[in-house]
Write a protein that binds this ligand. Sequence first.
Ligand code: SF4
Ligand code: SF4
Length: 252
Amino acid sequence: MEKRQDGIDRRKFIKDLAMAGTVIFIMGPEVKGAEIGEGEKSETHLYGMGIRVDKCIGCGRCVYACKEENNVPREPFFFRTWVERYIITIDQEVLVDSPEGGINGFPEAAKEYSILRSFFLPKLCNHCGNAPCVQVCPVGATFTSDEGVVLIDDEYCIGCRYCIQACPYGARFLHPEKKIAEKCTFCYHRLGRGLVPACVEICPTGARIFGELRLRSSPLTRFMRFNEIQVLKPDLNTQPKVFYAHLDGEVR
Ligand code: SF4
Ligand code: SF4
């Protein structure tokens, strides 16, 4: 991704204009069409992630690896990926917790619950093909790469938080020092070197699968062919590129 030399001054200038309600027509880097595939060159990669919910043991290694790899602030409320635990009781009560994003695993569930079933659910940015965060960014700092990865140009981002509010998955946060939006990038810096995202590499159970969506032979498309696949909040038509197998009906 190209870096701009005049980033800081430009950010301040654009932020002042945006906060003053001025309409800005400066476009950020390569803002792409909303649909998956639309505007994306067929000769390029198109990336996605699969998650086998039944394989996740809630160990939190993915959360830790992500923080290390991407220099995510250590405070326990900043995450690019996190793991939630769902507990469904025999009374059909649904309890969800994610202590410190699951980075240290999960304590035993409280004894007072009569548990019908429980499972762990890794979450991250869905790299939506129809991404609300891309649509609302007033300066084009949030954009979709040719490979379908939703990225943020930190020199264009003015920290207005519109994207954070627009994301229906809670996948973004404002970096406490840099004052710009942050989220999962599928470890974009690793992909060009042929590496998978850090969370995928470290997962001891193979719960996360990363790969090409256009190649019939990729591990991801094989996973999608052989499992019943669902996405989170499908009714929002965000066209996520994170695909879940064995997703419980209680997941929200
Ligand atoms: Fe944007 Fe949120 Fe979709 Fe990620 S999950 S692309 S941050 S709307
Ligand atoms: Fe689940 Fe794998 Fe993350 Fe452990 S590393 S919490 S098994 S996705």
